[in-house]
Write a protein that binds this ligand. Structure first.
Ligand SMILES: *Cc1c(COP(=O)(O)O)cnc(C)c1O
Length: 233
């Protein structure tokens, strides 16, 4: 049964996170799993929620809007995360639906969100995306550029910037992803000093490399395909 399989997969990912955390002396509770449900039909998300998943990640704003509505009756409370690129013109509708926006990839978007945040009593928190792999196709600030923007970032005080996010290069295995994660942590440390922001969150690690990310300090891992293993779609 798909629902059994999804439950087993979820437990297994939680176990692997815990083992990786303990390996480096971290508490497993210091890492949150965001279950990435992009492209999943709602019928497969329901058993995931029934198995205990509460933090759900979607890539595309329109797909997120649709699923939030379709799952409004699901046991919760659910915390939705937008983990993909957000266009400024989709921000107003997205803001009240999500707990966190992971991939704020420009000062322009951050400023848009900062203005919009004034309209809501409990706006989401955001992470800023850093392109640690140097791949041109990836969004986000370079290491140098984000440090240069430290003051401008700190000036956005209505939206709460809580950390940084990255994606390792495509096609890398867990070990070759490590330098990206190490770099994100270093950029976070440097940006925290320059901006005066605490920046406790590091959103990094996907199905192929989340254990490495946990070893390097991830507080949010975004895992999708590992939860669908063996499931008939
Ligand atoms: C799809 C996606 C994930 C999850 O990737 P999997 O390899 O399926 O675990 C995580 N983060 C982002 C930004 C994604 O687009």
């Amino acid at each position: 049964m798909n629902s059994d399989r999804i439950r087993d997969n979820l437990l297994s990912v939680h176990d692997r996170i815990a083992v990786a955390a303990r390996r480096v002396g971290r508490r497993p509770e210091s890492v949150s799993l965001v279950a990435v449900t992009k492209k999943w039909p709602v019928e497969l998300i329901r058993p995931l929620i029934e198995a205990g998943a509460r933090d759900l990640g979607e890539n595309y704003p329109q797909e997120l809007w649709r699923k939030v509505e379709a799952l409004a009756d699901a046991p919760g409370p659910l915390r939705w995360h937008l983990i993909g690129h957000l266009q400024g013109n989709k921000a107003r509708r997205t803001l009240p639906l999500v707990r966190a926006i992971h991939a704020v990839d420009s000062l322009k978007l951050l400023r848009t969100l900062d203005e919009l945040a004034a309209e809501f009593s409990d706006p989401p928190v955001v992470c800023l995306q850093v392109n640690t792999s140097g791949e041109e196709a990836k969004h986000g600030w370079s290491d140098d550029a984000i440090l240069a923007d430290a003051e401008a970032i700190a000036a956005c005080q209505r939206i709460r910037v809580v950390g940084l996010m990255t994606m390792a290069a495509w096609g890398t295995d867990a070990e070759s992803a490590r330098p990206s994660f190490v770099r994100l942590r270093a950029v976070r440390d440097a940006l925290a000093i320059r901006s005066g922001l605490a920046l406790p969150e590091l959103s990094m690690g996907m199905s192929n490399d989340f254990e490495t990310a946990v070893e390097e300090g991830a507080t949010l891992v975004r895992v999708g395909s590992a939860l669908l293993e063996g499931v008939d779609a």
